[in-house]
Design a protein around this ligand. Structure first.
Ligand code: ZN
Ligand code: ZN
Length: 349
């Protein structure tokens, strides 16, 4: 049997013929398995959805309770069998509830990892290495130039700026799902004990993280705050809001931005970011290679991002590898500077 008999790229996404299901389909389908709640992977309008309970709840928050015909929650590590094919969800460490999906049939195992990272993050279940024959990996930061620094050191830059400019609000651009809550958690770990403020776009998801037991300290809405309290405050806001009317309530803000793309200084400059914070929820070049090795896979399929360098590296390691080139995965969790323009609050959400 060839791996393609079990999973194959199609214009709608990764398709599993024997089970007749798609993983992270980019168009509405009858049966979908979803790795995580980012809008490029989790779309509304499918007939039936199988995902972790957390991902199902996130989809309901974003799209409404009727986002799919029917839903089924997958428990961590417990196989679900469909037409003889077993699907098992394992943590991906990317955002809360994010999963890799192991697909096994007739002795062959393929792991579709969705988006993943390996670094410590109290706002997501820690990544688990899943041994497999074929590993499907993202490659958002699949170039040797991308080596993410310690996020604690990045947040230390933010706190240093707050000490230097104690009267200026510090606007931190970060996506509403995952990145915003991770930055809050990092700011707390660095010892910041004042209230953290957020844009309304992050409210429901942040309250959801709190309800799931993620401690973020006191988080308040900007619109409920009096103007004076915002001087010297940490304010999380979606990338698109930073140049909107919304941001004009802050008289002289310091603009920061949390993304793996901030590793590229030119991109930070283009976006007018004063304080780039290299904080990513994706694996960097080292993590990608380490993970491929640890899975023991002899074949690697590379989805969205910088596929070519990673495919080439696999070749030098004696691994079969190919880019999947599925169209439709953007990077909701990793804003590019284009996202800093007004009126692009959140792709697909
Ligand atoms: Zn994602
Ligand atoms: Zn993605």
């Amino acid at each position: 049997m060839r791996p393609d008999d079990l999973l194959q790229p199609t214009p709608r996404g990764l398709y599993c013929p024997p089970a007749d299901v798609y993983i992270d389909p980019v168009r509405p389908v009858e049966k979908a398995l979803i790795t995580h709640g980012h809008s490029d992977h989790a779309r509304p309008g499918h007939g039936a959805v199988l995902a972790t309970d957390t991902t199902l709840k996130i989809m309901a928050i974003r799209y409404g309770e009727d986002f799919a015909g029917t839903t089924q929650a997958a428990a961590w590590g417990r196989p679900v069998t469909i037409n003889g094919v077993t699907f098992t969800f394992h943590p991906a460490g990317h955002i809360l509830g994010s999963a890799q999906i192991a697909v096994s049939w007739k002795g062959l195992t393929i792991v579709a990892s969705g988006d993943y990272k390996r670094g410590r993050d109290p706002t997501a279940e820690p990544f688990e290495v899943v041994p497999c024959d074929v590993f499907i990996t993202e490659a958002t930061f699949g170039l040797p130039v991308f080596r993410h620094p310690d996020p604690a050191a990045e947040v230390a830059k933010l706190l240093a700026s707050l000490r230097l400019f104690p009267d200026r609000a510090h606007l931190v651009g970060a996506y509403a799902l995952g990145k915003a809550q991770r930055v809050m958690s990092l700011v707390r770990a660095a010892g910041w004990d004042q209230p953290i403020y957020m844009h309304g776009a992050a409210e429901k998801l942040t309250r959801f993280y709190e309800a799931e037991g993620i401690d973020l300290g006191e988080v308040r809405l900007v619109k409920a705050a009096d103007r004076k309290a915002l001087g010297g405050a940490v304010v999380l806001c979606p990338p698109g809001s930073m140049k909107d009317l919304w941001a004009r309530r802050f008289p002289d803000p310091v603009t920061a931005f949390a993304s793996g793309w901030m590793r590229v200084r030119a991109r930070a400059r283009q976006g007018g970011v004063e304080l780039p914070l290299i904080i990513s929820d994706h694996s960097d070049w080292d993590e990608l290679r380490e993970t491929i090795r640890e899975t023991g896979a002899s074949e690697v399929w590379v989805t969205h991002g910088q596929e070519d360098a990673l495919v080439h590296w696999c070749g030098t390691m004696g691994l079969r590898a190919r880019p999947l080139r599925i169209v439709g995965y953007g990077e909701e969790g990793e804003a590019e500077p284009a996202d800093l323009a007004p009126a692009s609050v959140e792709p697909g959400a």
